[in-house]
Ligand binder design. Structure first.
Ligand code: HEC
Length: 219
């Protein structure tokens, strides 16, 4: 196998991993539509509008175009850099709490309102990603809480399939999980560890976890 073929194979592997995120979300959107059809309730349909298949397709097309351009080998050096970057992203280094880090939010107690307000704002912010998605594109707006598995009923830290499958982490704190979603489905750099963005999004996700589990929350 030539070096070029090898690069192409790695890039295609990366692309198919991208599809692994979008597929369950599409299934979810379809499932939601079916549920609504059964209930005969058309008035809530607008609630699903922000999570459009078009958005997600756009995201995967973007990935495809990127991989195609790279596989073309016009900028071999760049493609190589990308492929290596991808290999690094699969290590947990970028998403695991670094040594000496002190979280500025709580997973056991209530969090300050200002963190929650800021966290909610960022949750809808597509500028955090490089592919046009916001957290709400996949997890739903207005408290829909989509795309989470039953493991989300446990308080943090807990096991999350995506973190364990993609990054080999047996369990994650809320901030680590935010970083996993930043690096993987959002295709972006991790947020600054002690920065206000990560701290507010994590505080917000702790409250979303409480809401998802049917517990008292501050949202
Ligand atoms: C392209 C879709 C997508 C986007 C965008 C996305 N996520 Fe996720 N998220 C997922 C998937 C898939 C899972 C995995 C569920 C699992 O494996 O249990 C997940 C899991 C999570 C979990 C873990 C739930 C648990 O069980 O603890 C949190 C928290 C989370 N996402 C937060 C975020 C935040 C915050 C953002 C925005 C910065 C975001 N996500 C953006 C798809 C997405």
């Amino acid at each position: 196998m030539s070096q070029h073929d090898d690069k192409r194979r790695r890039l295609l592997g990366r692309l198919s991993r991208q599809f692994a995120y979008t597929a369950p979300v599409l299934a979810l959107v379809a499932g939601g539509a079916a549920l609504q059809a059964t209930a005969g309730n058309t008035s809530t349909e607008a609630g699903f509008a922000p999570v459009t298949e078009a958005t997600l397709l756009l995201a995967s097309n973007h990935g495809e175009a990127e991989a195609e351009g790279e596989a073309e080998g016009e900028a071999e050096g760049e493609a190589e850099g990308e492929a290596e970057g991808e290999a690094e992203a699969q290590s947990s280094d970028a998403v695991q709490r670094p040594d000496g880090y002190t979280p500025g939010y709580s997973e056991t107690d209530a969090n300050p309102q200002e963190l929650l307000v800021r966290g909610e704002e960022l949750y809808y912010d597509t500028s955090l990603s490089t592919n046009g998605l916001s957290c709400a594109s996949c997890h739903g707006s207005d408290g829909q809480d989509m795309g989470y598995k039953a493991t989300f009923e446990q308080p943090f830290p807990h096991r999350v399939a995506m973190a364990s499958d993609q990054f080999g982490m047996p369990e994650v704190h809320a901030d680590e999980m935010v970083q996993v979603c930043m690096v993987a489905p959002m295709e972006a750099e991790p947020l600054e560890w002690e920065g206000e963005a990560l701290q507010s999004l994590s505080a917000y996700m702790v409250e979303v976890q409480r809401r998802f589990a049917g517990e008292t929350h501050d949202l």
